[in-house]
Design a protein around this ligand. Structure first.
Ligand code: NAP
Length: 334
């Protein structure tokens, strides 16, 4: 793996190069586009989303991640319209809804995604999550067909444990380039098995929810919580957990201050220090996107990285059954 500095008009961006692909260390997540769960409204879907994509490409982002399930296809449509005429600047990733993922259904779903995206080729086609019933044999047979037809350039998976990622590769008989998983300062499970293997074998870990859905941004506290159903059921945003996170957020803030940066930038810079990791933050505005992209240019020292991990380790979230009463209050709104 090589992490190279950008050039030309993109002096800030860094790229991860693996297996013949070159992917920006900061990509763009687009679950937010046209998805009711985030509550960003119609104006965002109609105007801001396209402006976010356009600015991202200008700043050297090439990895744009969507999924057929986001906004029931609306995110793919918005992304497709936003990249029209700029296809060559994008490493376009979308995801298969793995319900009944038999080979002809995989082929059909890939064709439908490509149609909504307005492209002839999907650069990275990811199985959105492991199907608990259908094994990877049939799914990867469908994947092989779309690879062989040229509709898809690279196969990927998402939310796969390591053993299943490896089984998917064995079934495909070729590399499964990437695994997209939840990975951020407070959710670091991918470090146990996925990352060491990806680094050894030349695969990519795509970190989703890299800001823990804004939990690490320092924008929220126990009295000021985000709206929208996407985050209402996220246990991190329970008031008790927001209070418990104050030391971690203070650490992010104080390191940010040293670099004239923001807590979100520090959280992203920490993630993409790890080899073979790229992050795909979502953004509610062009300004956030710009901030996130600039994190590619932020170098943290080893000491700072250690301070962040130590502070994250001291944050112990209320979880499991103990969290249920507070979760019920948050969901019901009382
Ligand atoms: P995220 O990227 O950690 O959080 C995104 C949210 O954080 C934004 O909507 C925004 O919300 C806030 N934010 C972003 N940049 C900020 C900044 N610079 N300063 C302050 N706040 C900022 O979480 P995510 O959206 O869950 O994950 C990112 C992408 O990963 C998604 O868009 C999607 O493409 C993908 N994903 C994949 C899966 C999967 O199963 N494969 C699951 C989840 C997500 P506010 O401004 O409203 O606070």
């Amino acid at each position: 793996m090589a992490r190279t500095t950008g050039f030309g008009q993109h002096p800030l961006m860094r790229y991860v190069e693996v297996g013949g692909v070159r992917v920006s260390a900061i990509g763009l997540g687009t679950w937010q586009f046209g998805s009711g769960e985030w509550g960003y409204g119609d104006d965002y879907a109609r105007h801001e989303a396209a402006a976010i994509v356009s600015r991202a490409l200008e700043l050297g982002v090439n990895l744009v991640d969507t999924a057929e399930v986001y906004g029931r296809g609306r995110s793919e449509t918005i992304v497709g319209e936003a990249i029209r005429g700029r296809r060559d600047e994008v490493f376009l990733a979308t995801k298969l809804l793995p319900i009944m993922p038999l080979p002809p259904i995989v082929e059909w779903r890939a064709r439908e995604s490509a149609r909504r995206l307005g492209v002839e080729r999907i650069d990275l086609y990811q199985v959105h999550w492991p199907n608990p019933v259908v094994r990877d044999g049939p799914i990867m047979e469908g994947m092989r067909r779309v690879l062989d037809s040229g509709l898809v350039a690279h196969a990927g998976v998402s939310n796969y444990p390591l053993a299943r990622w490896q089984r998917a590769e064995a079934a495909l008989g070729r590399p499964v380039l990437s695994n997209q998983v939840r990975y951020n300062l407070v959710q670091r499970k991918p470090e146990q098995k996925l990352l060491p293997w990806a680094q050894r074998e030349g695969r990519i870990v795509i970190a989703y929810s890299p800001l823990a859905q804004g939990f690490l941004s320092g924008r929220y506290d126990a009295e000021h919580l985000p709206g929208g159903s996407a985050r209402r059921t996220n246990l991190l945003f329970l008031p008790e957990n927001m209070t418990r996170a104050s030391e971690l957020v203070d650490t992010l803030r104080s390191i940010a201050k040293q670099h004239d940066a923001t807590p979100s930038q520090v959280a992203l810079a920490w993630l993409i220090r790890q080899p073979n990791v790229v992050a795909i933050p979502g953004a509610s505005s062009v300004a956030q996107l710009e901030t996130n992209v600039a994190a590619a240019d932020l170098e943290l020292s080893d000491d700072e990285a250690r301070m962040l991990v130590d502070a994250a380790d001291r944050f112990v979230a209320v979880n499991g059954p103990a969290a249920l009463p507070a979760l019920a209050r948050r969901v019901i709104g009382r």
